[in-house]
Ligand binder design. Structure first.
Ligand SMILES: [Zn+2]
Length: 494
């Protein structure tokens, strides 16, 4: 009959709220999402339990991009040094994190020009845009590509949250007018909402980032932070208004209707898959492990045969019939036919976040029923054989609704208003996000932001981009006491 308990070393040893990082490490290891023993610091192997969900997200983003007339392309992973270093601010922003390829294996021949492993795509893509864009009739151009990028992080690396090679999609648009470019930054925010909230159920906020914290080379950056339960935020993507900054450097010009040559206006947008996966783990996961939304689950339904001596064959036959039926309807489903005890199987599939478990034993077969258990609520119901499909299709959307509700409940009360520096410090240390008056998110506010960082490790994330928040009369900067120009949010991230 197999072992009655599973190996204790593979059971979660902490609760999520007691030691979040340990819980996170154990979940990704025991659920078999990654293997960190690859042997190169900051690089991890992503296993099927990560990649199935990642591939589903790629397809979902493809669909969203397609709605707004974006087209896929694939640029090389290496960037010649001369291109990478063309935009001064951009290279300053990334140079410390670049991996360089300097030679080939044949007699260790040095390359005439170093090649950078792509830290982000602008300088790979824009020299080509300069060749392709000739006339106003070539515009707009909206290409995107998916893949991995490389950044030599010097801080402590962590799977999904901070890695040296991570997965994302990047979209790069060029327009004839500034107005269209600004509109695109709004479209990017719509895509973010359609994905993160509508499909994945992750609460987030979009901030206009302070000038000192914008993307290197951009006019403005809008960052999307997922709110985590313990007051920390996780930036899962950002969209950038580049203006004509890169167009001037890479000479991307078009001939307008009036026959004058003009620079294009550009935007870029990059949702990061590794960080979205991290957010799914953090926001939806619980003390039993992962909880996947139904559409994103690597395995949506697991069938567990409840075996009794002498009844093995009839139970397995019944499980196989149901499995075939569900597969033919397009569900990701499998039978757990291992020798582990039923209890050990329940534990494992709960840890791995499978949304639905179906149990079939001899008595269920006699009664022409099955048992269906939901991972998100733990609710167990007896369902007549004839009603299985109907039940699954009605439960499926309920799971996401429930996960959204839980996620929103978890962040309730997380944002607190402060007007004194000491209160800000206390609130941040106590796991809150602080909303407060701030002198300026232009460059002159950086000193005040540094003081906050030194005091409690939190950052000024920016102003609320979705709803404009006016500064009340007489509100002062929480650091320097000068009149506040902005209402900002302050939080720690991972
Ligand atoms: Zn100030």
């Amino acid at each position: 009959m197999g072992k009655e308990v599973i190996d204790k070393s593979e059971m979660l040893s902490v609760r999520k709220k007691d030691d979040f990082l340990k819980w996170f490490r154990e979940v990704i290891k025991f659920a078999d999402m990654v293997d960190t023993r690859y042997g190169a610091k900051g690089f991890v192997v992503r296993k099927p339990w990560t990649m199935i969900t990642t591939n589903i997200m790629y397809r979902m983003f493809d669909e969203e991009f397609c709605k707004y007339d974006h087209y896929p392309a694939m640029f090389p992973s290496v960037i010649p040094e001369s291109n990478l270093s063309k935009e001064e601010e951009h290279v300053k922003g990334f140079s410390a994190e670049v991996f360089w390829i300097t030679e080939s294996g044949s007699n260790n021949t040095k390359f005439e020009e170093r090649l950078a492993l792509k830290p982000t795509g602008e300088t790979a893509i824009y020299p080509m845009y300069a060749k392709w864009i000739r006339s106003y009739q070539d515009l707009p151009i909206k290409y995107y590509q998916s893949g991995t990028v490389f950044r030599c992080e010097t801080k402590e690396t962590r799977p999904f949250l901070r890695e040296r090679e991570f997965m994302w999609i990047e979209a790069h648009c060029a327009f004839a007018t500034e107005k269209e470019a600004w509109e695109q930054t709004k479209v990017d925010q719509k895509i973010t909402k359609a994905m993160l909230w509508d499909k994945i159920g992750l609460p987030f906020m979009i901030y206009k980032r302070p000038q000192w914290d914008k993307f290197a080379g951009a006019v403005d950056t809008f960052g999307c932070d997922v709110l985590l339960v313990n007051g920390r935020v996780n930036q899962v993507g950002s969209t950038h208004m580049l203006g004509t900054n890169f167009a001037k450097v890479f000479d991307i010009k078009y001939t307008d209707v009036d026959e004058k040559k003009k620079y294009v206006y550009q935007t870029c947008y990059g949702p990061g898959f590794s960080r979205i996966i991290a957010s799914i783990i953090c926001v939806h996961g619980d003390d039993k492990g992962l909880v996947y939304p139904f559409d994103l689950a690597p395995l949506q339904i697991v069938i567990v045969p409840i075996i009794f001596k002498g009844k093995e064959e009839i139970v397995m036959k019944s499980c196989e019939n149901l499995c075939d039926k569900l597969k033919s309807k397009g569900f990701r489903v499998k039978i757990d036919s291992t020798d582990w005890s039923a209890g050990a199987k329940f534990y494992e599939w709960e840890l791995k976040g499978v949304p639905l478990r179906i149990e079939i034993g001899p008595r269920d077969i006699e009664n022409k029923q099955v048992v269906i258990v939901r991972r998100d609520t733990g609710k167990k119901s007896f369902v007549a054989e004839a009603d299985i499909l109907k039940t699954i299709s009605s439960v499926e959307p309920e799971i996401l609704v429930n996960l959204k509700k839980k996620a929103v409940d978890n962040v309730k009360g997380l944002i607190v208003d402060c007007s004194k520096f000491d209160d800000l410090k206390k609130s941040i240390v106590g796991g809150k996000i602080v909303r407060c008056g701030f002198c300026s998110i232009e460059m002159d506010g950086e000193k005040c932001a540094d003081k906050i960082k030194d005091a409690c490790g939190a950052e000024v994330r920016g102003t609320n981009e979705e709803k404009s928040e006016k500064v009340g009369k007489g509100v002062k900067c929480i650091v320097c006491g000068k009149d506040a120009k902005h209402v900002v949010y302050v939080a720690r991230d991972y």
